[in-house]
Design a protein around this ligand. Sequence first.
Ligand SMILES: [Ca+2]
Ligand SMILES: [Ca+2]
Length: 156
Amino acid sequence: MSFGAAIALQWTALPAATAYYVYRATDPGAEGATPLAGPISGTAFTDSSAVAGRVYYYQVTAMNAAGEGDRSEEAYAVSLLPDLDGDGIVGFSDLLTLAQHFGQKSLVTFADGDLNGDGVVDFTDLLTLAQHFGWTDDAFSQQRLRLAILQRRQRG
Ligand SMILES: [Ca+2]
Ligand SMILES: [Ca+2]
């Protein structure tokens, strides 16, 4: 499943940092102790393992000579706007398309409503669409902007 589902993260460089770690969760505040990626020497990371149509939560930490610093504030992103017909808004026509394919288990694509690419149009997909109902490309871009300004809380 691709459809540009990858989520691009960027963060602000810290002068003393030697590397960064990225943590990910599918629920807020549930990033856990194992980083998704790292050590990363730059200030950007593309999460290409993100599944289309799901919401992901991220935190970043910085390493310096003293060790790993505090977690950044949490940023979140949906990996792909559930806009099935590509008209720039998650609206009634998208919901109708999903409803028409609801329960279908073969030959379904993102455009039919299989948002998470698991091969079936089901309640999980419906929930994702409902959570983003009324979202536009603009809202989607702003979310990305929020990721772009992801900042680590300063320490020592
Ligand atoms: Ca649409
Ligand atoms: Ca699905």
